[in-house]
Structure formats: structure tokens, C-alpha cells
Ligand binder design. Structure first.
Ligand code: BG6
Length: 300
């Protein structure tokens, strides 16, 4: 179902959920209520914006993001699935898996009694997705928009053997100046350092003064970004996630990437709720795994 008129007839909700053609002629869904608003592309079920009423935007999107078929958007919330980073055995497969660049379809929507709005998507299985991951899996994303943003990535193993699942909600948060922001809640956690190499232990809050690309392992259910420039603390509460990735490409990698904008790296910080590296999930036949996050903010 790619026709926006049909999508609106089936899943649209007057005043709350509306499908339209967005940048690059891509189907977009806008979700809005008295508490907050969000917008997503159907390609990748990629959230590209969220803002609670009366607050500043929570999510960063690059001004130079390329909205094109099969291309991951720089910013928002890319879905890394069913592996995180490079594929474990086949370097020819795309980093972070196919989910973020393929079509998803809405499967349910509803206006909740408490004023929030919820919409669910399922990744569309095609020959191309099966070529990248032959194991039969179903993956859905449930998004609830209110004063907070909730996202649940739900994977079901439809096969008869276990599947090793890696996943992440690769969220780009908007910060006033990344050089002054700090990630709290990872003190004492071990991490793999993808820039310097090796395994280390975090002491205190994470600060950014050069390229940072770290997989924190065995992390707890909550962490936060304190941002003195925007005067807020972003709160990240998760379930079903054992890893947290902290990533900022800094200057040289930004230049190589080409779609971040020249100063984009100063305004974004990825804190990703994930199951990665040694924290991948062994999903038994028939089992379902839920990776859930809730984002909110409070004045600093
Ligand atoms: C992070 C990885 O999650 O994503 C980084 O830890 C990577 O190594 C970054 O550079 C962006 O990945 P991509 O594929 O969107 O350029």
C-alpha cells in the first residue's frame, strides 16, 4: 500500500495521523496531538522529527540528508536491524542491516484515551531483504507520540532455529553545542572504542572533544544527555537493551561522510539504545524480543 490516499483511508486519524508525499516524493506520516508531534518516512520507518508541545525539538536531522530510495537518512532515528555495524561474517552486506533503507507498511494506528497517538509499522519482506537475511523474521516498530516519544522495535523469530539478533535505535539527538554536552549514566561501564581500539572503562560522564564511537556493554535502563546550551537534560529510558552506543563523527569523518553539513557534528549526538557486539540477543525459535525506548526532557 503506497498510495497516500489509501493509507489515509486505512490508517489516517482526523487531526492526528496524516500521510502525504514528502521530500524526494517519499511517503511520510505526520503524527500530531495536543501533547506533541512527530514525523516519519515509510522508507525505513525512519522517525525524522519529534517535539513535545511547548518544548524544543528533541531530534536532529541533517540539512543535507538525502531523501532517496535505498539511501539511509542522516539524522532522526535510523533502525539498525537485524545486525548492528558491519555484518559478523559477510563484509559485502550493508552496515547496520537493511531495515533502515527498505519499505515498511503501517499495520495499525489509534488515538489513545490519554491524548497520545500510536502507530505501528512492519518491515516489508522482499526478495532483496531475504537475500540479505534468509532467516524468517518479523519486525515491527510501534511509535507512541505524546509529551514523550516511545518506540518499541519488536522482532519475532518465525524460523525453527535460534537467530542471533543485533539491533539499535540509532537516535541523533539535537544538542546546543556537542562540546558542552555530557552523557550521564554510563559511569563504570566497559566500552569498545572503535576509534582508539581496545576495551576501556568509563569514568564519570562522557564528553565529546574529538571523534567518539563507542559501544558501551551491559548498560542499565537509563541514561541522559545534559545540555547546558539548550538548558535541558534529555532522558533516555530503555528496556530490552544491553548496549548503548555513543557516536559523534567530529570534523574529519564529517567531511568524508558528505551528508552531515559542515557544522552538523556540533549540533548532534547519537546515543543509541542497542544490543550490539557481545550483547547480541539469541532469539529462540518462535520467540519475540522487544527493544523499547522512551525519550523525554527536563529543564537543566
Ligand atoms: C554508529 C557506528 O552507530 O553509526 C559508527 O558506531 C558509524 O561506526 C555510525 O560510523 C554511522 O553509520 P552510517 O552507516 O549511518 O554512516
Amino acid at each position: 500500500m503506497s498510495n497516500v490516499a489509501e493509507l489515509n483511508r486505512t490508517y489516517g486519524i482526523a487531526g492526528q495521523i496524516r500521510f502525504l508525499k514528502g521530500p524526494g516524493d517519499m511517503a511520510v506520516v505526520e503524527i500530531e496531538n495536543d501533547l506533541g508531534c512527530a514525523s516519519m518516512t515509510l522508507q525505513g520507518a525512519h522517525l525524522v522529527g519529534f517535539q513535545a508541545v511547548g518544548e524544543q525539538p528533541l531530534i536532529w536531522m541533517s540539512d543535507e540528508a538525502v531523501f532517496a530510495p535505498g539511501k539511509s537518512l542522516r539524522g532522526g532515528v535510523p533502525i539498525c536491524w537485524p545486525w548492528f555495524g558491519p555484518h559478523a561474517t559477510d563484509p559485502g552486506l550493508p552496515g547496520h542491516g537493511p531495515a533502515r533503507t527498505v519499505g515498511w507498511k503501517p499495520v495499525a494506528s489509534s488515538a489513545l484515551e490519554d491524548g497520545r497517538t500510536t502507530i505501528s509499522f512492519e518491515m516489508i519482506d522482499t526478495d532483496a531483504t531475504r537475500k540479505q537475511c534468509a532467516h524468517p523474521l518479523r519486525v515491527q516498530l510501534h511509535v507512541t507520540v505524546g509529551r514523550t516519544l516511545q518506540m518499541v522495535l519488536e522482532t519475532t523469530n518465525l524460523g525453527s532455529t535460534p537467530f542471533i539478533l543485533g539491533d539499535a535505535l540509532h537516535t541523533y539527538f539535537l544538542v546546543g553545542d556537542v562540546r558542552q554536552a555530557q552523557v550521564e549514566g554510563l559511569d563504570g561501564c566497559d566500552y569498545l572504542d572503535k576509534v582508539a581500539g581496545g576495551s576501556h572503562t568509563q569514568h564519570g560522564a562522557v564528553t565529546i572533544a574529538s571523534e567518539v564511537d563507542r559501544i558501551y556493554l551491559g548498560t542499565g535502563n537509563s541514561c541522559a544527555i545534559s545540555d547546558p546550551v539548550m538548558g535541558r537534560r534529555i532522558l533516555i529510558h530503555s528496556e530490552g537493551s544491553a548496549s548503548t552506543i555513543v557516536w559523534n563523527p567530529w570534523i574529519e569523518k564529517t567531511l568524508r561522510m558528505g551528508d552531515l553539513g559542515p557544522d552538523g557534528y556540533l549540533k548532534m549526538l547519537c546515543v543509541e539504545t542497542a544490543n550490539a557486539a557481545d550483547d547480541v540477543v539469541e532469539l529462540a525459535a518462535g520467540a519475540t524480543h522487544r527493544l523499547a525506548v522512551e525519550y523525554s526532557s527536563e529543564p537543566l
